[in-house]
Design a protein around this ligand. Structure first.
Ligand code: ADP
Ligand code: GLC
Length: 480
């Protein structure tokens, strides 16, 4: 199959979260299964700092693209990403993509990704590439299905093209003022915009992907069910329910080439499920490096996360200070985002300098070290479409402490002492009491080496390889 991916992030090039990991690993897995995969991404200004081999594609240089009253020019670039066998294309439009951060709140935010989407489809035309599947990720690419039915409907190149829209996070919908409707360039197709939204004066990008894609997927089976409810549907649930069996949940996979303690490129200590001595060395090394009090007996907890409401880390406010005061434990975390959360961790580190280090920011290397060195990994998410870190944790024998929601529910099983089955600690309610129970339960488990080691073995035996998950996408692409 000829598969086009349109996305705003791609691991190793531009990443704020799991979307980047998924777009890159899924593309690689599908290419490995013999498909012709082409990925279209923005050429963000931040790419200039990378040692990236890229060149301009002759058929698409300095191309004019009109979005309503706005005229832009872009050039298509091709890039070589080491280890990838598929084509990575970058849409170079400095006016829109050279900004301090990947995402922003500028008035033209919707046009940035509309340009990405339009340029990706235009580039298919210029390259004479007739995709069987256009796979659009999140709100950034959500207009592709509607554009293919309207603006591009004349072109026989796309006659057999089917569209798949994947929701990685329903919390971000790309909503902009209806005053910008002309930017979409739909012509008569403008009548296909969601009228109720237009009356309310807005346009919701994600909603149009949900309504117009041939198939809608999201990144775990549980999240696929949850988003059909008003509680998790962020207002889109009626439209999702209306899609019936066209809405499918496929759990993300793990790129074990990147995330495996047997060959982790960042972590110098190696280990596997038969010999965990390297994990103990990794823990000692990380505590030393972070200037925390050394310990063999006290557990080390890890956090690697965007600091947003979604992740539920504010539930720690009520729980963690008291726990640190009365129990011997360590915490190493990294993340950034919500200033209140950042402040909380800075304060916690000041109050417990022997026990807590929180690195404010984004640090790939530290993220790998935390996965390798920690005994438990905290993810108390209010909602979690899939979540990757809990699956990474499993492979490193780092027991995930998660709330039963979305992909967390689908990938972590609560350890039951009675049966010796389970891979982590799972709690039900997104409140301080729930999280307190989970952390206490983890400490109990840690204090029982036979159980703890059994849970670690169960965790490390889990396999969420992309090859299997990619075969589910493949089946979806061929069946529908
Ligand atoms: P989300 O996409 O909602 O942020 P995921 O669990 O799917 O959540 O993916 C998060 C990804 O981003 C993981 O690869 C994780 O390691 C990475 N990540 C998040 N925060 C940081 C950070 N501060 N430093 C390094 N990596 C981070
Ligand atoms: C989103 C979700 C996360 C998911 C990731 C990749 O960022 O928040 O749960 O794992 O996308 O699909």
């Amino acid at each position: 199959m000829r598969i086009v991916n349109i996305a705003s992030e791609f691991a190793a090039l531009s990443k704020t979260g799991g979307l980047a990991d998924v777009v890159s690993a899924l593309s690689r897995a599908l290419a490995a299964r013999g498909h012709d995969v082409r990925v279209f991404l923005p050429a963000y200004g931040s790419l200039d700092a990378l040692p990236l081999d890229r060149w301009e594609v002759e058929v698409a240089q300095n191309v004019e693209l009109v979005l309503g009253p706005h005229h832009y020019r872009y050039t298509l670039q091709q890039a070589v990403v080491p280890g990838n066998t598929f084509q990575v294309y970058l849409i170079d439009c400095p006016e829109l993509f050279h900004r301090p951060t990947l995402y922003g709140e500028d008035a033209d935010e919707h046009r940035r990704f509309l340009l990405l989407t339009r340029a990706a489809l235009d580039s298919c035309q210029r390259l004479g590439f007739a995709p069987d599947i256009v796979h659009c990720h999140d709100w950034h690419a959500a207009f592709a299905p509607l554009l293919l039915k309207t603006t591009y409907a004349w072109d026989r190149l796309f006659a057999a093209t089917r569209t798949v829209f994947t929701i990685h996070n329903l919390g971000y919908q790309g909503i902009f003022s209806a005053d910008h409707a002309d930017d979409l360039g739909l012509g008569a197709g403008v009548s296909q915009l969601q009228q109720s939204d237009l009356y309310a004066g807005r346009i919701n990008a994600l909603l149009h992907g949900v309504v117009h894609a041939d198939v809608v997927t999201t990144v775990s089976p549980t999240y696929a069910r949850e988003i059909c409810t008003p509680e998790h549907g962020f207002g889109v649930d009626p439209f999702l329910r209306a899609r019936g069996t066209d809405l499918v949940g496929i759990l993300n996979g793990v790129d074990y080439a990147e995330w495996d303690p047997r060959h982790d490129a960042y972590v110098t200590e190696r280990f596997n499920s038969e010999d965990l001595s390297g994990k103990a060395r990794a823990k000692a090394a990380l505590l030393h490096r972070m200037a925390l009090a050394p310990t063999v007996r006290a557990p080390l907890l890890g956090i690697v996360s965007r600091l947003t409401w979604q992740k539920g880390l504010d539930l720690l406010y009520e729980v963690l200070p008291a726990l640190l005061a009365k129990r011997d434990l360590r915490l190493v975390g990294t993340g950034n985002g919500d200033p209140a959360l950042e402040h909380f961790f800075v304060h916690l580190q000041r109050r417990f300098p022997q026990q807590v280090v929180f690195h404010r920011g984004y640090n790939e290397e530290l993220a790998h070290w935390i996965e390798a060195a920690a005994d438990g990994f905290i993810m108390p998410s209010r909602y979690e479409p899939c979540g990757l870190n809990q699956m990474y944790s499993l492979r490193y024998g780092t027991l995930p402490i998660v709330r039963r929601t979305g992909g967390l529910a689908d990938s972590v099983q609560h350890y039951a002492a009675a049966t010796g089955e389970g891979t982590g600690v799972v709690f039900e309610h997104a409140d301080a009491q729930g999280l307190r129970w989970a952390l206490e339960h983890f400490l109990w488990l840690y204090s029982e080496p036979a159980h703890f080691q059994r849970a670690q073995q169960n965790a490390m035996a889990q396999n969420f390889s992309w090859d299997h998950q990619a075969s589910l996408y493949e089946a979806l692409f061929t069946q529908r």
